[in-house]
Design a protein around this ligand. Structure first.
Ligand code: C5P
Length: 237
C-alpha cells in the first residue's frame, strides 16, 4: 500500500519537512511538493527528499504556452521527480510535454516521470465555470479534459475520488487517477468538502491517494500513516 500513498508536505518550514520525513521514513515513500514548500525552500526540498531516497510528486501545475511547459517538463525530468503535473489545456502543449518527458528521460537515462493533468480545480463550482465562459458542469468538463489528456499522451489526472469511477469507465483501467480529498472517519474534514475514506477511494478506482493534514497535523503522524495504510489494505480483502 506504501506504493499508493502520497503525503502532501504543505508547509513553508524546512524544519517541519525534516521532522515529517524523519518520522514517516519507514511508512511513506512518496511526498508531494507544492508551490508553497517549493518556493520557501527555493527548490532545495527536492535535494533533501532525493538524498533520503524518497519519490517526489512535483505539484507545480504547469500552465503556459507549449514551448514553456515543454521546457519546464525537461527540467522536471532532470530533477528526477517521480511524477509532475500540468493543467489540462491545449492538446499541442500536453502532447509536447508527454513527448519531451520521454525524450529527456531516454537521453539522460533517468526514469521517465509520470505526467498527470489537472482537469478542473475542485474549488471551481458550476457557476465559476460559467463565469469563465464554460457552459458545462465540473463533472462533464473533468471527463472531457481527461479524455483529451489521455489522447495527448498524459498518464492520468488529478481527480476527486468521486470522479475516479467515471474516469476509469471513460479512459480505461490504466489511466491513472491521483486523488486528494481523503479523510478517514477519525480525521477532521478541514476545508475539504467532497471527501472519502482511504479504503472507499481505492474501491472507487483511485490509483494513488494524496493525504495531507490527516497525517501531517496528527499528534502522531507515524501512527496516522499506519492507520491509513491499514485502511487501504482492508480495501483489497
Ligand atoms: O490536507 P489535505 O489532505 O486536504 O491535502 C490535500 C492536498 O491535495 C493538498 O496539497 C491540496 O492542495 C491538494 N489538492 C486538493 N484538491 C485538488 C487538488 C489538489 O486537495 N483538487
Amino acid at each position: 500500500m506504501k506504493a499508493k500513498l502520497i503525503v502532501a508536505l504543505d508547509t513553508p518550514e524546512e524544519k517541519r519537512v525534516r521532522e515529517l520525513v524523519t518520522v514517516l521514513k519507514d511508512k511513506v515513500d512518496i511526498f508531494k511538493v507544492g508551490l508553497e514548500q517549493y518556493l520557501a525552500s527555493r527548490g532545495k526540498v527536492l535535494d533533501y527528499l532525493r538524498s533520503n531516497g524518497k519519490k517526489v510528486f512535483l505539484d507545480l501545475k504547469f500552465h503556459d504556452i507549449p514551448n514553456t511547459v515543454e521546457a519546464a517538463a525537461r527540467v522536471a525530468v532532470r530533477e528526477g521527480v517521480w511524477m509532475f503535473n500540468m493543467h489540462v489545456s491545449d492538446f499541442e502543449g500536453m502532447k509536447r510535454v508527454a513527448e519531451a518527458a520521454l525524450e529527456e528521460a531516454e537521453k539522460t537515462g533517468i526514469v521517465r516521470p509520470l505526467v498527470i493533468g489537472v482537469t478542473v480545480l475542485t474549488s471551481m463550482s458550476e457557476e465559476d465555470l460559467q463565469e469563465t465562459g464554460i457552459p458545462l458542469t465540473p463533472q462533464e468538463l473533468v471527463i472531457k479534459r481527461a479524455l483529451l489528456a489521455q489522447k495527448a499522451g498524459l498518464d492520468g489526472v488529478v481527480a476527486s475520488p468521486r470522479e475516479a469511477k467515471s474516469i476509469r469507465e471513460n479512459c480505461g483501467e490504466d489511466f491513472i487517477s491521483v486523488c486528494p480529498g481523503i479523510r478517514p472517519a477519525w480525521a477532521a474534514k478541514g476545508d475539504q468538502k467532497r471527501i472519502m475514506p482511504p479504503g472507499t477511494a481505492l474501491k472507487e478506482g483511485a490509483h494513488y491517494l494524496v493525504v495531507g493534514r490527516p497525517i501531517t497535523k496528527a499528534d502522531d503522524p507515524g501512527e496516522a500513516a499506519s492507520k491509513i495504510l491499514a485502511e487501504m489494505e482492508e480495501a483489497f480483502k
